[in-house]
Ligand binder design. Structure first.
Ligand code: GLN
Length: 192
């Protein structure tokens, strides 16, 4: 089976492992640089992007993650994971680092100014039927580069995107989901 790692520094790792296993892949937490070797795909979970970035620096896995993504490792970021995959962020903390890879600007805690958390049923390209999406202090995508495909939006704000081997959602498909969004990522991994 495909081997998909879930970055296990902070955040909801176990929920992602379970959601991935529904697609018949081998899923497990990864934290050390050598654990990135031989992965077919990687998930960056939700949690707190500032904390995950600091821990990644501390555990000396930030640069290895950047290298893997640059070399084409299929990667799926959810919520904080979307922020981590963004090349540019708005409303980050002063010294906040990202892993980068997605040619987008992401606004942190974007919906939070209106409402902290909410749920919505969305249409998403690549997923049959509507997706029940849970948003928790979620970011939105504010600006996208040429190679970025918008897969889903709330109003005019993109909340699911894909650029080549990278995919990201503002929401948490590992919560309350039925595995179809993870399935779309596993399809992406299989296609590479
Ligand atoms: N607001 C969080 C951050 O900035 C993301 C929230 C989440 O992942 N649920 O990292």
């Amino acid at each position: 089976p495909l081997r998909i790692g879930v970055l296990a520094l902070q955040g909801d790792v176990r929920e992602h492992v379970r959601a991935l296993e529904a697609s018949d892949v081998e899923a497990f937490g990864v934290r050390r640089p050598r654990e990135l070797d031989g992965l077919d795909g990687l998930v960056l979970p939700g949690g707190e992007s500032t904390t995950i970035a600091k821990l990644a620096r501390h555990f000396e896995v930030l640069e290895p993650l950047r290298a893997c993504i640059r070399e084409g490792l299929p990667t799926f970021g959810t919520c904080a994971g979307m922020i981590l995959l963004a090349d540019r962020i708005v409303d980050g903390t002063a010294d906040q680092e990202t892993i980068g890879g997605l040619d987008v600007t992401v606004r942190r805690n974007a919906f939070g100014r209106q409402v902290d958390s909410f749920e919505a049923d969305l249409e998403m390209i690549g997923v049959d039927g509507s997706v029940h999406a849970v948003f928790i202090r979620a970011p939105w995508v504010e600006q996208v580069g040429d190679g970025v495909k918008i897969l889903a939006a709330v109003g005019e704000h993109p909340v699911a995107i894909r650029q080549g081997h990278l995919m990201a959602t503002s929401f948490h498909p590992e919560i309350d989901g039925d595995g179809r969004v993870h399935g779309a990522f596993v399809d992406l991994v299989r296609g590479r």
